[in-house]
Design a protein around this ligand. Structure first.
Ligand code: SF4
Length: 496
């Protein structure tokens, strides 16, 4: 058990995929012999230890390098419940060390050229560049912040390569004219409704088109998930294209789990050329939630924060990650998922702050059934002064049955209060579960509307294959769009 990284199992270190010089190989083995037992080092070659409270983040089964995912809990990792959430440990220790603001820095994805190789060579190079004597004197003689400054001088270059140059600053969108109706309405201060439609499980699109037509008049935008629960379905961009063709406005969800940095950049150009103007960047559920045989569960090429950073730079700087120019940069309104009930509200607030800095202009939260808990999270965001930089839509899922309400307690990042579980149990006995589920959803929406002046700008209905209920909920919640046009009454075909 490594000294500094709490509760870790021994995981294999990465090996360089190219033959290394004798000198490098010696340095690598020395580095591993020391950092392995001390920090559980996996020789990723892109060391972050000084940023992550000397706990190696590479234990995270998603390979996240920018903070806890939406399934993080104080007790365990949701992917592997036999281990703690390493990012919860990192945030917990950073707060204890008073270094939580260091967690705001947007850290790069792995440079796979360096994976398996040593980092100490880079450190020695940075020390020499800054003057060995100066560095040693400054670290030995200085105290507190001055010492950290020298530390940072040396290690920033190691963790922030020239192709990334991440920081902890807010980067405002480099355009003013809204690029989508969703952005336009949010900017105009309208309390908006977005709704999720589950993509088809086959190439048949009849139900998809019906659902798009059904909800289109009642919502401002329609989300299409991207292999939710890591379970294959029709791609989000294809469903988004059908929505565009039907005159509806899609929000294309894109999960880092199924992308490389190359496919991400290619896909965003394709999707925006097909008319998509809203993009929701998510890390994506782990393959542990997928039906067997499961895919990779040990690493993602990127996390959601790195995706936001790459996409924002493509749009605002017209540059690919590799630096090549994009003659006609893609246009899109960029969003991210937020998790009010994951890990700890103040930890999630840092994570959400980082997403806003990286490029998130709107949040769609995980499901909310506990308004008090939502308020605590919202206040933590308020303390970080980001509520004027991001539009927030609260996730609402109407419960169809008592069984479903119990299932929701097992969904990572979702908290269902006992009083709601009891109401659904009582409704099950009374035989009116669906009606009770709708009433609970309407009550939650009414309470969420009460936070319009405190940073909430709308709701995001995730009906989980119950799209039929959306028109009723939006109408009874008094949230019909300002430009609402009642759908033409269905003409029943009379058989000849
Ligand atoms: S809960 Fe999420 S962030 Fe934490 S270790 Fe597991 S996968 Fe990583």
């Amino acid at each position: 058990m490594p000294i500094f990284t709490p509760g870790r199992r021994w995981q294999p270190a990465y090996s360089p995929f190219k033959k290394e010089s004798f000198g490098n190989a010696v340095l690598e083995n020395l580095e591993y012999a020391i950092k392995g037992p001390l920090f559980g080092c996996r020789m990723c070659g892109n060391c972050l230890l000084q940023e992550t409270a000397f706990i190696c983040p590479m234990e995270c089964p998603k390979g996240l390098r920018n903070g806890p995912c939406g399934g993080s809990t104080p007790e365990h990792c949701y992917v592997d419940k036999t281990r703690p959430c390493i990012w919860y440990k990192i945030y917990d220790r950073s707060f204890k060390m008073g270094r939580e603001e260091k967690l705001l820095e947007v850290l790069p994805p792995l440079d796979w050229e360096k994976v398996g190789t040593e980092t100490w060579g880079d450190v020695v190079h940075c020390v020499k560049t800054n003057g060995t004597g100066n560095v040693i004197k400054s670290i030995v003689l200085n105290q507190g912040e001055n010492r950290w400054k020298t530390w940072d001088l040396v290690f920033r270059k190691v963790r922030q390569p020239d192709w990334w140059k991440g920081d902890d600053q807010y980067h405002a969108p480099a355009y003013t004219e809204p690029v989508s109706n969703l952005e336009k309405k949010l900017k105009a201060g309208e309390f908006v409704v977005a709704c999720e439609i589950a993509p088809p499980l086959s190439m048949a699109t009849k139900k998809l088109i019906e659902n798009i037509e059904l909800v289109k008049p009642y919502v401002t935008a329609i989300n299409f998930t991207d292999n939710a629960s890591a379970t294959p379905r029709m791609t989000s961009w294809a469903c988004s294209r059908f929505a565009v063709e039907k005159g509806a406005e899609p929000v294309m969800q894109i999960a880092a789990r199924d992308r490389t940095r190359a496919s991400l950049q290619g896909e965003i150009l394709g999707a925006t050329a097909l008319g998509v103007r809203n993009v929701l960047a998510i890390t994506g559920d782990s393959a542990v939630l997928a039906p067997a045989p499961r895919g990779r569960m040990d690493i993602n090429d990127m996390d959601a924060i790195q995706m936001l950073w790459i996409l924002r730079k493509m749009r605002d700087e017209g540059r690919y990650l590799d630096g090549r120019e994009i003659k006609t940069p893609p246009k899109f309104f960029l969003g991210a998922a937020a998790a009010p009930f994951a890990s700890d509200p103040k930890f999630q607030a840092i994570r959400e702050h980082k997403k806003v800095n990286a490029g998130a202009q709107f949040f769609q939260t995980n499901l909310v059934y506990d308004i008090e808990g939502m308020e605590i999270w919202l206040n933590e965001l308020g303390k970080r002064d980001i509520l004027d930089k991001v539009y927030i839509m609260i996730g609402i899922t109407p419960l169809k049955s008592a069984k479903m309400s119990k299932f929701m307690t097992q969904v990572p990042g979702v908290f269902v209060p006992k009083k709601i579980l009891d109401r659904m149990d009582a409704a099950a006995k009374a035989g009116n579960e669906q009606e009770e589920g709708i009433q609970i959803a309407l009550e939650l929406i009414e309470k969420v509307k009460g936070y319009e002046k405190q940073g909430i700008h709308g709701i995001h209905i995730m009906p989980v294959n119950w799209e039929d209920v959306v028109p009723r909920i939006v109408t009874e919640a008094g949230l019909l769009p300002k430009d609402f046009v009642p759908p033409a009454p269905k003409v029943e075909k009379v058989p000849a």
